[in-house]
Design a protein around this ligand. Structure first.
Ligand SMILES: Cc1cc2nc3c(=O)[nH]c(=O)nc-3n(C[C@H](O)[C@H](O)[C@H](O)COP(=O)(O)OP(=O)(O)OC[C@H]3O[C@@H](n4cnc5c(N)ncnc54)[C@H](O)[C@@H]3O)c2cc1C
Length: 573
């Protein structure tokens, strides 16, 4: 089949002063041709070019003016400056161009594929709004660059975990894990990724439509880990039986790793991470009646839940919580505040750590009179729904107590291992994405007439990034294997310290990788859209994993204290 071609036309229909074409050879090869009238077209090709009428040329464009300019017919481009804007959102995209520095001289009428990929990500060519640019096909040309199919495994070295790389073997993953992974990746790329990109940008919470699709696949239920809550559910359309579902299914690409490969860290938390940390205490400690009411509502995506432990007064020091719960007949009266509660802005339930007469008690507090939530602006997208929560004389039925009264600390601590392990999975997936982005960029970016990868210093940075990703992955897989083989009590006894040490190692690696990647991408790493957008997002947000679920210093301390507890008394040098 002949390859596809696209064209972008900039000009007024009746009397065009110029046309701007680009042809895309199977979504990959790009040509720009100048029309016979010979106007130069100094623009990046992805956007509609709006040129400015002579009487308006000297006035700078602002967002207000862009709105009115949208309706103008394009007659000529500004000789000094013009703006490049998206046609739909009509927001300012970039500073523009000057005729003297236009692209036309070196791309017009020529194969401009290299220039295109020097400026734009491949995904730009796939956006529906540009399908109108497709005008024909170039006969006899073969595609040079391939657009990956949905669910495809990357062929870029080290972009994937070893077990997914061609020719490599793994002691951990079965055929079923591979089938499961393929189904999950395809689903995520098709259903979740477009939403992730949109929400990361506009800060809106995940849509109910996508939540319904996720829950139909039982993804939220699977994210709670293996257990009896899965029985009777059709997991991922039936690919894995509930009783065979293990932590490798969960780690190996149910959100934890797969989700973080979109480069949308805020959305990764907005993807109902609140539920992942808040529902387990309900699964484990709720009364039968409470379980039967709340669990189906949450796992079907009809209601949302958040974990509310941290306060302005106590974060790492959980025992210092100030929120109080005082008994009044059949109710607890809850008063206090909670800070940084993920998904809190839209949650219907809160799993709350409270101070009671002789210790801590965990309660399931429904959104009701006296509960207020306010968004907290953080460095990542508000799609995560991070909230400040106030409880003002909130009456909570005693039946909503999770675990024993005054023994809430153990309820809270027992939740941490799974949370920290999930963070490790996410952090590992995110690092892989950064390795892939850097490998691609180092190959395609030309500097001093050669690819960036020809510079030893860049290769050194890549080597360190790869080593960290590999080390992180291997440690994670070892821990996951142990989790599959141990009881929860054994996990608490033997793995809590190791999970903590692994978490701090991986999050520290992540921050070093963010620094390396920033140097590899240069200015693009500091630009929220375009080539370096994944690096920008990662550099801005990789610190989250080093704080959430326990800070790096606390993790180190915990890991070593756990090890010291097990030091044999008779060990001597
Ligand atoms: C975006 C975001 C989302 C979050 N989501 C949730 C959520 O959904 N639910 C929830 O309950 N919480 C949530 N948190 C809170 C998070 O878990 C805490 O921020 C974290 O536990 C650290 O607590 P802190 O910020 O109060 O730091 P602090 O405890 O005040 O610690 C500050 C610094 O002191 C160090 N430090 C503290 N104690 C010691 C010690 N004994 N020895 C050595 N160093 C020490 C820490 O390592 C840290 O570097 C969220 C936080 C953020 C930023």
């Amino acid at each position: 089949m002949p390859p596809a071609c696209y064209t972008s036309r900039v000009g007024e229909k009746k009397q065009p002063s110029f046309f701007f074409f680009f042809f895309v050879h199977n979504h990959a090869r790009v040509y720009v041709r100048r029309c016979p009238k010979g106007e130069q077209i100094p623009t990046p090709f992805r956007m509609v070019l709006i040129s400015i009428p002579a009487q308006q040329r000297e006035r700078p464009l602002d967002s207000h003016r862009l709105g009115s300019l949208r309706s103008l017919k394009v007659r000529q481009y500004a000789p000094r400056r013009a703006e490049c804007v998206t046609s739909r959102e009509h927001r300012r995209v970039s500073t523009l161009f000057q005729p003297s520095s236009c692209l036309t001289n070196f791309v017009a009428g020529k194969d401009s594929t290299a220039a295109f990929y020097g400026l734009h990500r491949q995904e730009v060519l796939l956006r529906p709004q540009y399908s109108r640019l497709k005008i024909g096909k170039i006969q006899g040309e073969k595609p040079r660059f391939k657009v990956p199919e949905l669910g495809a495994i990357s062929k870029v070295p080290y972009a994937e975990a070893t077990w997914l790389s061609e020719g490599f073997k793994s002691p951990y993953y079965t055929k079923n894990h591979r089938q499961f992974h393929k189904a999950v990746r395809t689903f995520f790329e098709e259903v979740v990724k477009p939403e992730a990109i949109q929400c990361e940008d506009n800060g809106k919470r995940i849509s109910q439509e996508v939540v319904d699709k996720i829950c139909a696949m039982e993804i939220l239920a699977m994210r709670m880990g293996p257990g009896k809550h899965l029985l009777g559910r059709k997991l991922m359309g039936g690919i894995v039986k509930p009783e065979e579902f293990d932590y490798f299914h969960e780690a190996s690409y149910i959100i934890n790793t797969e989700m973080s490969r979109f480069g949308t860290r805020g959305f990764a938390d907005g993807f109902l991470n609140g539920g992942v940390i808040a529902l387990p205490p309900v699964l484990k400690y709720a009364s039968k009646e409470l379980y039967e009411k709340v669990v189906p509502e949450v796992l079907s995506g009809k209601k949302y839940i958040a974990l509310a432990i941290t306060e302005a007064f106590a974060g790492s020091d959980v025992s210092g919580l100030q929120t109080t719960a005082v008994r009044d007949g059949d109710c607890w009266i809850v008063n206090g505040t909670k800070k940084w509660i993920t998904n809190g802005t839209f949650s219907d339930y809160f799993t709350v750590g409270c101070k009671t007469d002789a210790g801590l008690t965990v309660l399931l507090v429904p959104r009701c009179q006296g509960v207020e939530t306010k968004a907290i602006k953080t460095a990542y997208s508000s799609t995560a729904g991070t909230a400040y929560v106030t409880f003002d004389n909130v009456r909570v039925p005693v039946g909503n107590t999770l675990g024993k009264v005054n023994k809430g600390l153990s309820v809270i601590l027992s939740n941490f291992n799974h949370e920290r392990w999930a963070i490790i999975c996410m952090a590992t997936g995110a690092q892989r994405l950064i390795v892939e982005e850097c490998m691609k960029w180092a190959s395609q970016r030309m500097v001093f007439g050669k690819p960036l990868s020809s510079q030893a210093v860049i290769r050194s940075r890549l080597a360190q990034m790869i080593s960290r990703a590999e080390a992180s992955q291997n440690w994670l897989e070892l821990i996951t294997y142990q989790m599959n083989k141990m009881t929860l009590a054994e996990v608490s006894d033997k793995l809590a310290g190791q999970i903590a040490l692994c978490k701090q190692f991986i999050t520290k690696c992540g921050r070093e990788t963010a620094e390396d990647a920033t140097q590899v991408f240069g200015g693009r790493a500091l630009t929220a859209s375009g080539m370096g957008k994944a690096i920008e997002n990662y550099h801005r947000t990789c610190g989250y994993d080093s704080i959430l679920g326990g800070t790096e210093d606390i993790m180190r301390d915990l890991g070593v204290r756990q090890a010291m507890k097990k030091m044999p008394k008779d060990a001597r040098l």
